[in-house]
Design a protein around this ligand. Structure first.
Ligand code: 5RP
Length: 226
């Protein structure tokens, strides 16, 4: 199977899992990216099995609405039953790097609210240690250079993702050369404490609850290694 087929396969597995968790009153959280898009397209066949969706990006909201799925503001959701999203890297603790699609802040917010965070990925995303994929950091535009200098002090090599403006009106720095990250939790906290950082793409303080990984041998279910 090529990577697109793996993404579709893992999205199908996640739809089955989601259907086992939701009811007609449920609000489903939906992530961003090509794997999340596969999930949206397959979930649309079951749009009468849940009440509405919240989305982690304008792009996903638009795709959901295109399928006739109601999308509501997160502030209007008393509870989000489940959140399904892709990742750029995942380790055996189900700590992730996310934000390749520049949606990391809204993704982290929906993750915080949801009762369960389900990560879906193809096997190319599975790593022993995080940090090969450049870490996205969302910054307030006027703080970009200052934050970049502070990230250099932490040993990283930040590169401004020019011409990208997030859904929140901010900018992205991609931090290279962090590999191998020994403690993603510590680094997540440290980077978030730099003034001007909105958030960073480590999802380690709150990792995924479950990961469905598409491999050539089939879908493998991972729970966080303790
Ligand atoms: C977007 C994300 C995506 O989940 C991540 O980039 C993976 O994307 P894809 O499924 O296209 O590989 O974090 O901000």
């Amino acid at each position: 199977m090529d990577q697109d087929q793996l993404k579709r396969a893992v999205a199908a597995a996640a739809v089955e899992y989601t259907l086992s968790k939701i009811n007609p009153d449920s609000i489903v959280g939906i992530g961003t990216g090509s794997t999340a898009n596969c999930f949206i397209d397959l979930l649309a066949e079951h749009k009468h099995c849940f009440q509405s969706a919240v989305a982690s990006s304008d792009a996903s909201a638009e795709r959901l609405r295109g399928h006739g799925i109601e999308v509501i503001e997160l502030n209007a959701a008393a509870e989000v039953t489940i959140y399904i999203d892709g990742a750029d890297e995942a380790n055996p603790h189900l700590e992730l790097i996310k934000g390749g699609g520049a949606a990391l802040t809204r993704e982290k917010i929906v993750t915080a609210v949801a009762n369960e965070f389900v990560c879906i990925a193809d096997e190319s995303k599975w790593v022993d240690y995080l940090g090969t994929f450049p870490l996205p950091v969302e910054v307030i535009p006027m703080a970009r250079s200052y934050v970049a200098r502070e990230l250099v002090k932490l040993g990283g090599d930040p590169v401004w993702r020019e011409n990208v403006v997030t859904d929140n009106g901010n900018q992205i720095l991609d931090v290279h050369h962090l590999y191998p990250v020994a403690s993603a939790c510590a680094l997540e906290e440290k980077i978030n404490h730099i003034t001007g950082v909105v958030t960073n793409g480590f999802f380690a303080l709150k990792p995924a609850d479950i990961l469905f990984l598409a491999t050539q041998q089939g879908i493998v279910t991972h729970h966080p290694k303790t």
